[in-house]
Write a protein that binds this ligand. Structure first.
Ligand code: RIB
Length: 298
């Protein structure tokens, strides 16, 4: 069983479904509200667990009413929470999400996630050392992202860095990652480049291998120095929240099968994830991914 450590955020997602996005200053009547468990880190942990990995989460929740249910939700997926800290006098992370026409807009308040420190990563060093891979995103302090990259790299454990939400990062940090998994906009931000530049050129300039996500269009990666496209799988999108998280988890879980296969399976898993409302509701199990691939003759 693949063993994965996820270092990242844990949020409660407050989701409003609306007929369209409101304009600045406009009040709009929504259609539906639900609170569901989210956070890029926690979502990736859940997606990896459903795909069959043994998952250890390094993260933080607050001491509010959301903390207990968020931890129970992760535990019910079989995820090890020994390295999830409970922060005092602190709210858990939240994300206010508006979904309209299958697209989303998200405002994240980090809460306890902002208190996840390099010292928490240091405490998890032993499980990182015994992992097959580490997954980290950027809804936690950048110093903690750096610590994750350094600890995993020093233990020769591959790190997949999902640079979302994107910020410019030092080249040296990026060189510590086995793969970075931005979309086009995130890659430009990460490199301090022009976002209108051809994404294949941006990929060429990156200081480490890039697996670039293109939403419904699938993903791009390099193989023997040649850019390669994996097309997306056609589905009816209800809510794209969590699609990137599913992609990252699947890429990491299936990496031992080789990059082209891992990217194909990641695109299939991400496609399945958008067919239901809520970041985790549509996240598939391994058998569903395999079934989709068989249906598509892959
Ligand atoms: O990637 C989707 C996630 O981003 C949501 O679950 C939300 O919590 C935000 O962190």
């Amino acid at each position: 069983m693949t063993r994965i450590v996820v270092v990242g955020s844990i949020n409660m997602d407050l989701v409003t479904v609306a007929p369209r996005f409101p304009a600045p200053g406009e009040t709009l009547m929504g259609e539906r509200f639900l609170s569901v468990h989210g956070g890029k880190g926690a979502n990736q942990a859940v997606a990896a667990a459903r795909l069959g990995a043994q998952v250890h989460m390094v993260g933080a929740v607050g001491d509010d009413a959301f903390a207990g249910p968020l931890c129970e939700g992760l535990a019910s997926e079989g995820i090890d929470l020994a390295h999830v800290a409970r922060m005092e006098n602190c709210s858990s992370g939240t994300a206010s999400i508006t979904v309209a026409g299958g697209e989303n807009e998200i405002v994240v308040v980090p809460g306890a996630n902002a208190r996840l420190m390099p010292s928490h990563v240091a405490k998890a060093q032993a499980i990182i050392a015994s992992a097959d891979a580490v997954l980290v995103q950027m809804e936690i302090p950048l110093e903690t992202v750096e610590a994750t990259l350094r600890v995993a790299h020093s233990q020769h454990v591959p790190v997949i860095l999902n640079p979302a939400p994107a910020q410019r990062l030092p080249t040296e940090w990026l060189q510590l990652a086995r793969y970075i998994t931005p979309n086009q906009h995130e890659l430009a931000t990460l490199l301090g480049a022009d976002p209108t530049e051809d994404f294949r050129e941006l990929m060429r300039h990156a200081p480490c291998p890039v697996v670039l996500t293109r939403g419904a269009d699938g993903a791009w990666f390099r193989e023997q120095d040649e850019p390669r496209h994996q097309r997306g799988f056609d589905v009816e999108a209800v809510d794209t929240t969590g699609a990137g998280d599913t992609f990252n988890a699947a890429l990491t879980v299936f990496l031992p099968e080789g990059l082209p296969v891992a990217v194909r399976k990641a695109c299939a898993a991400a496609a399945l994830s958008v067919t239901r409302l809520g970041a985790r509701t549509g996240m598939p199990h391994r058998a569903e991914v395999n079934a989709l691939l068989v249906n598509h003759g892959c």
